[in-house]
Design a protein around this ligand. Structure first.
Ligand SMILES: [Zn+2]
Length: 355
């Protein structure tokens, strides 16, 4: 498409704004590319989606609009679920599943139980467990319309004096998803003051990996962290699993941690926290699963099978799990689970030996 065709299709009026805002950002994000890259100003210049752009488009289009309500036995939108919750006909935000009849992937309706005044976003559906192997919705973005953390492409905004958690694998740097990724050895940057003196240079958001955030937290450091739900102090970003009721969690991005056992089985590794969480009458130790598929798909190469094997089946470790939604009550049984989105959401520390 040419620029004017693109502009018309998006129904945008101002060509200069369109060029700077949409085209440049899509180019920077690696979503589109020039058809004549050696003649950027050519009047015959057109734009096409890159393979990354195509993937992104597919995933975005396939966001989860409806889920099957296990209480009402019908497919509902999140808006409808909100209405039915208000009338008491739906009672649990955890009682939804994949709308495909042959798939039992569990769905949570985030924010459904939050009073309207406390919501930063309207309720939305999120897949919290895996689809059946042949489910046509398998590729749907877990977070529906709200992008998975780290997938942000065009809406990067500089926030002064804050640090962003970087969960994007270093391999993605080239396509500009995160222009200021730092490595795990960046603890010195913690002490740097952001340079806000008006040099006219485009300011770049400082970012840290999960591992650096964990180090900073364990060192009782504190600073503001930018999350998809806004700014939060580092000390409030971390939640120790400690007998809370899961109703009290905020449905916002947090890092949950606690002592946990890691056990290997034939499909992967199960991680079970030592402390409990509660939901209504249920009082149990929450767990999550690291599937062999997740380990094989780990472009980050953060945890290999060998490494996990080494830390499994021995003493409990201090486990840190970054999660958009937090724990959920499984509708299939009396379990409280977390969903691990990828190995980049996971970290651990060896606990100090007891005397
Ligand atoms: Zn499904």
């Amino acid at each position: 498409m040419s620029r004017s065709e693109l502009q018309t299709s998006l129904q945008l009026k101002d060509p200069e704004h369109f060029r700077s805002k949409y085209i440049n950002e899509a180019l920077n994000a690696g979503l589109i590319e020039l058809t004549q890259p050696d003649k950027p100003k050519s009047s015959k210049q057109k734009y096409r989606l890159t393979s990354f752009g195509l993937r992104t488009k597919r995933v975005r289009r396939m966001s989860l609009e409806q889920a099957f309500s296990l209480e009402m036995k019908i497919d509902v939108t999140a808006t409808k679920a909100d209405e039915l919750y208000g009338r008491g006909q739906i009672q649990s935000k955890f009682a939804f599943k994949c709308p495909e009849p042959n798939c039992n992937a569990q769905v949570t309706c985030a924010n459904l139980d939050k009073p309207k005044s406390k919501r930063k976003r309207d309720p939305y559906f999120v897949f919290v467990s895996e689809h059946n192997i042949d489910c046509p919705l398998k590729g749907v973005n877990s977070y529906g319309r709200s992008p998975k953390y780290g997938d942000k492409t065009s809406d990067e905004v500089y926030v002064a004096n804050s640090i962003k958690l970087n969960l994007v694998a270093p391999a993605s740097k080239g396509i500009g998803i995160n222009s200021n990724s730092d490595e795990e050895s960046d603890t010195n940057n913690l002490k740097e003051k952001p340079n806000n003196s008006g040099t006219g240079k485009r300011k770049q958001q400082k970012s840290k990996t999960l591992s650096s955030m964990v180090d900073a937290f364990l060192a009782s450091d504190n600073f503001a962290v930018e999350t998809p739900d806004g700014l939060i102090e580092l000390k409030d970003l971390f939640i120790e699993i400690d007998n809370q009721s899961i109703d009290d969690f905020s449905d916002e991005f947090r890092i949950y941690y606690g002592k946990a056992w890691i056990n290997k089985n034939d499909k992967g590794y199960s991680v079970r926290f030592c402390n409990h969480l509660r939901y209504k009458n249920l009082d149990t130790s929450p767990s999550f699963f690291i599937s062999n598929d997740l380990i094989d798909q780990d472009i980050y190469k953060k945890f290999s099978h060998e490494k996990l094997e080494k830390i499994a089946n021995s003493k409990p470790k201090q486990i840190f799990l970054a999660s958009q939604l937090g724990p959920y009550k499984s509708y299939k049984g009396e379990f409280i689970n977390f969903k691990l989105e990828g190995l980049e959401y996971l970290d651990y520390r060896v606990l100090p030996a007891k005397n």
